[in-house]
Design a protein around this ligand. Structure first.
Ligand SMILES: Nc1nc2c(ncn2[C@@H]2O[C@H](COP(=O)(O)OP(=O)(O)OP(=O)(O)O)[C@@H](O)[C@H]2O)c(=O)[nH]1
Ligand SMILES: [Mg+2]
Length: 482
């Protein structure tokens, strides 16, 4: 056993003690160094203490939930927030969105090729649920069109390559149609015929699948975001097939066949066939507008954190924005996020008044939005939460009404009102507002915007207004947003 005399210094004290033979000059230098070190250390302590105090003073993050049915525009609204807050980070992700746009283009081509196959062999597949199409009305594609079809079929292989690449990074192919069951046992061509839409699992960093590896020469030049040396990049194939795709889309018989099967590609999510010149050009990089129009379905719930500053730059607050998957099977996943939420942006795509849900063709999409709105508004967990309604896709709504599609045919209570946008939007606004008055557990203010969230300018204006008000007020106490 060791024993230690108490008069001996302990090993640490001994280690830091000045040397016995220290000269007066060395002592002066040592004391000066100790003094400097102490000042640095005190400075750090003060900084930590200041930051702790500031963290205590800073209000808790503002929590916003984006809700609405599938394809209502939730992820697009999130993209607008990201573009508003951090445009450079948003633009750095264009390479990933370029791949999604390629997928969107090929998906549109596939829809046309499938429609041609149905038209050439009317008995083969059941009619589209959204049309009154029957084999008796079918228009048979001519030889020229069927040759074009054959020449474009290999394009569909790119879809599989892209989907596979995304699948390795957390995306899934989910069927568009009513049967959500596993389709992996169905042969590939049949799976294509059944239709599938690529969906992103929100918890996974799928964007890294297409991000360029850092080169050390980072810049914000639009060309720098894409890995042009990637041998699997589908840009070259799309470029080579551009004219054939244009001929297909421009073919009058294609329009007639699509119309006869109730398919309105123009209005569908991720429609880019009018932009083939740009998208299939060599070294194409998407614009902000293209990124907003790109369609990638969301699975699950994803949280996005951003720091927002008021217009004067005085106040900064942390915002946590939650984007959810909107299809029916996803909705039970929303509930855990209802706790302690400051505001909900609820998106109802009013242009969908004449459409059925992809996941259940028996249900009208506008009726589904109304039902969902009623459920959100009457939910007790959300009774203190401010709800802001976006009656979205007004651009498509306007085009539909102008083209002669009658709201009253899908919504008999619309009655004899004029079939124009002003009248229709006023009517729908009133419907949603009445539900709010009748179903809300406690009185609420009705905040409603007519939106087209692929239009950056008008959407930024609306979102900036929401942001500014939320920064200024403690929403829970003041109950003020706009
Ligand atoms: N024309 C037009 N297109 C829109 C509008 N809002 C969204 N879109 C497009 O509609 C598609 C669907 O939008 P998303 O934001 O992906 O829909 P979502 O609500 O996130 O859908 P899920 O993820 O399936 O729940 C995308 O291609 C968007 O670009 C709009 O106001 N007008
Ligand atoms: Mg989404």
């Amino acid at each position: 056993m060791f024993s230690r005399d108490d008069s001996d210094p302990d090993p640490i004290t001994a280690a830091i003690a000045p040397p016995h033979d220290e000269s007066p000059h060395e002592r002066q230098i040592r004391l000066l160094n100790e003094q400097t070190a102490k000042e640095v250390s005190d400075g750090i302590d003060e900084q930590i203490s200041r930051e702790r105090q500031q963290a205590k003073r800073e209000p808790k993050p503002v929590k916003i939930l984006l809700l609405g049915q599938s394809e209502s525009g939730k992820s697009t609204t999130l993209k607008n927030f990201q573009l508003m807050v951090a445009p450079q980070a948003f633009r750095a992700e264009r390479a990933s969105w370029r791949a999604i746009i390629h997928l969107n283009v090929i998906r549109s081509v596939r829809i046309i090729l499938d429609a041609l196959a149905r038209a050439s062999n009317p008995g083969e597949l059941p009619p589209s649920p959204r049309s009154s199409y029957s084999s008796r009305d079918s228009i048979r594609p001519d030889t020229d069109l069927m040759t074009l079809r054959t020449r474009l079929l290999p394009l569909l292989q790119i879809e599989d390559v892209l989907v596979q690449r995304l699948a390795n990074h957390g995306t899934q192919s989910v069927p568009d149609g009513p049967s959500p069951s596993d389709t992996s046992h169905i042969p590939m061509t049949a799976r294509r015929r059944h239709g599938k839409e690529v969906a992103v699992n929100s918890t996974v960093a799928w964007k890294s699948a297409f991000m360029r590896k850092p080169t050390g020469r980072e810049s914000f030049d639009s060309q720098d975001v894409v890995d042009w040396d990637d041998p699997n990049d589908p840009g070259a194939v799309l470029h080579a097939r551009r004219e054939e795709m244009q001929r297909l889309w421009g073919h009058p018989m294609v329009r007639t066949i699509l119309a006869s099967q109730g398919i309105r590609l123009h209005e569908s999510a991720g429609f880019f066939l009018d932009d083939l010149d740009t998208i299939c050009a060599p070294r194409y990089v998407p614009t902000d507008d293209h990124v907003l129009r790109a369609r990638l379905k969301t699975l699950g719930v994803s949280e996005h954190r951003m720091r927002l500053t008021d217009p004067q730059g005085g106040i900064t607050r942390q915002f946590h924005i939650f984007d959810v998957g909107g299809q029916r099977s996803m909705r039970p996943k929303w509930v855990p996020y209802f706790d302690d939420v400051d505001a909900i942006i609820f998106l109802a795509p009013i242009s969908a008044f004449d459409q059925a849900l992809a996941e259940d063709p028996r249900i009208n999409r506008l009726a589904d939005s109304v039902e969902l709105w009623t459920a959100v508004i009457s939910n007790k967990l959300l009774q203190n939460t401010n709800v802001i309604l976006f009656l979205n896709k007004v651009d498509i709504m306007q085009a539909k009404l102008t083209s002669g599609i009658k709201l009253v045919e899908y919504c008999p209570t619309y009655g004899r009102r004029p079939n124009d946008f002003d009248s229709a939007s006023r009517f729908l606004k009133k419907q949603f507002s009445t539900i709010l008055k009748q179903s809300s557990p406690s009185p609420r203010i009705f905040y409603c915007h007519l939106t087209n969230v692929i239009d950056v300018k008008s959407t930024t204006y609306v979102l900036a207004g929401i942001k500014d008000q939320m920064m200024r007020f403690n929403l829970k106490e003041s109950n003020l947003i706009l």
